[in-house]
Write a protein that binds this ligand. Structure first.
Ligand code: ADP
Ligand code: MG
Length: 475
């Protein structure tokens, strides 16, 4: 039997009216508008978050009783909050969430501060439990099932799984996942969120990139809504912040993040953070934040080994219902070792080419297309990356490389970095010079010639260069 929401709500009202003072009834119940009834969930609209809180505090029992009478024991009530900023006393304080820019400020359904462009229904589910429904911003495709396990990700994956099983209850808090671009940080952190939601649907999970957090924070500051921003984040059970290295230099956002971190950690909530480097290398982040990052577990994602690459390609083609000759898959896996995003990119390019040109995918076609793509990625090696690889190789700091020091080993490392920059990037000599130690183009040219000459005359030196080159080409 399909009941009508108006009928159900009116029935509730007639009982409530008889049980509370008339003034209260007029003040608190008249303004409520029943919106919909879906199975056992009645949605009502209230004028403000304050209104909602007041109802919850003073009338929850009677509302629960009457609703159960109408809809049965598992009746639920959802609130849809309307923000009315023209009204002074309707100052919501728990979750006043900013309306989107450009929308009218009155009578807008509240939208959570993050999230989609449509106003989100903002249900606080009762009876009994005060919960804000937050759109967790999870991508259904990024599951654990789809996250192929390999030597390169075993620790991070299993720690992630443990965290998803008992969020906030393991020693892995925060769980700090780091690794280079395209190695699966976003996928894994999302998978944790999805798994938590599967196991504990009542938990409030939120995935947000550090960049989005920063933008929202400055927006909230501009609108004088910092407290609301803080409160919003402090009620999350499992908070996933992707790419925290983006916090570098953003001191105010860091401060706020620090408070949120502490609050959540102290109340046993789970934090999952990702970054492109380990905590100690996070320059531009305050010491106190970095030290918090080290409280839990840091786990890295490494470049996938050949077998993992093969397994990933097989899984992707299988999921997409595509059949490719083994030889083709093996060719892709052996040519692209840098990261998984590029592996996927190669596969997609290949599929697109074959459908567009109506060619079947043969090993020859694969070779043709992949080789072009691999060359293309080589061109994208950056000056930063070259400096990092060279410095890692000689075990020195990039700062030192870029300094004015004339120490012999450092001069040599600098020259090698310049040599590779000229060879492997399209940057001009003067750009290379100014990035690597503020030198001019003549210095770079001199460095280039020196390295060339030395390679020809000195075997040991030549093998250094070959080693570094190999490392650079893994990129
Ligand atoms: P990051 O955030 O580290 O830059 P992503 O999480 O965006 O990398 O991963 C890049 C792509 O590779 C995504 O499409 C992701 O689904 C895929 N991917 C990463 N790791 C795996 C894995 N272990 N198994 C399957 N797909 C993966
Ligand atoms: Mg990512």
């Amino acid at each position: 039997m399909n009941k009508d929401h108006n009928v159900v709500w009116n029935n509730c009202l007639s009982i409530i009216r008889d049980n509370i003072p008339a003034v209260s009834f007029i003040t608190w119940f008249r303004p409520i508008i029943p919106l919909s009834l879906e199975r056992n969930v009645l949605t009502i609209q209230v004028p403000s978050a304050f209104f909602y809180e007041y109802l919850e505090e003073h009338f929850i029992d009677i509302m629960k009783k009457t609703l159960r009478k109408e809809l049965g024991q598992d009746a639920m009530l959802e609130y849809n909050i309307v923000m009315d900023r023209t009204s002074v006393n309707a100052k919501p304080y728990t979750v006043k969430l900013p309306a989107k820019e450009g929308t009218k400020l009155t009578n807008q359904p509240v939208s959570l501060p993050l999230m989609t462009d449509q106003p989100i229904k903002n249900p606080f589910i009762i009876p009994g439990i005060k919960k804000v429904h937050v759109n967790p911003q999870l991508n259904a495709a990024c599951t654990f099932n789809n996250f192929v396990e390999g030597d390169c990700n075993r620790l991070a994956r299993s720690a992630g799984y443990a965290v998803a099983n008992s969020p906030g209850k393991t020693a892995f808090n925060p769980l700090f996942i780091y690794g280079g671009t395209g190695l699966g940080k976003t996928h894994l952190s999302q998978a944790i969120g999805i798994e938590v939601k599967n196991r504990y649907p009542e938990k409030t999970v939120l995935y947000v990139s550090a960049n989005k957090f920063i933008t929202q924070f400055s927006e909230a500051t501009r609108k004088n809504e910092r407290n609301d921003f803080l409160h919003f984040y402090q009620m999350i059970d499992v908070l996933i912040i992707d790419d925290v290295h983006e916090f570098a230099g953003k001191e105010k956002s860091q401060d706020t993040f620090f408070h949120i971190f502490n609050h959540l950690h102290q109340t046993g909530k789970q934090l999952i953070l990702t970054s492109d480097r380990p905590p100690i290398e996070l320059t531009g982040l305050s010491k106190r934040i970095i030290s918090r990052f080290k409280w839990g577990l840091s786990a890295d994602l490494q470049s996938p080994d050949y077998n993992t690459r093969l397994a990933i390609l097989k899984q992707k083609t299988y999921n997409d219902g595509i059949e490719l000759p083994d030889e083709v898959i093996e060719y892709i896996a052996s040519s692209i070792s840098s990261n998984i995003r590029e592996l996927e990119g190669a596969l997609i390019t290949l599929l697109a080419q074959s459908t567009l040109n109506k060619k079947t995918i043969t090993p020859d076609l694969a070779r043709n297309i992949i080789d072009k793509q691999v060359k293309h990625t080589k061109r994208e090696i950056t000056l930063d990356y070259i400096q990092k690889v060279v410095c890692d190789y000689f075990d020195m700091n990039v700062d030192v490389l870029q300094s004015k020091t004339r120490k012999r080993e450092i001069v040599q490392a600098r020259q090698i970095a310049m040599y590779f920059s000229k060879n492997l990037t399209s940057s001009s000599l003067s750009t290379i010079g100014s990035v690597i130690g503020g030198k001019d183009h003549a210095t770079v040219l001199h460095a280039y010639k020196t390295v060339n000459n030395l390679s020809e005359t000195n075997k040991e030196f030549k093998s250094y260069i070959a080693d570094i080159e190999k490392k650079l080409k893994v990129y």
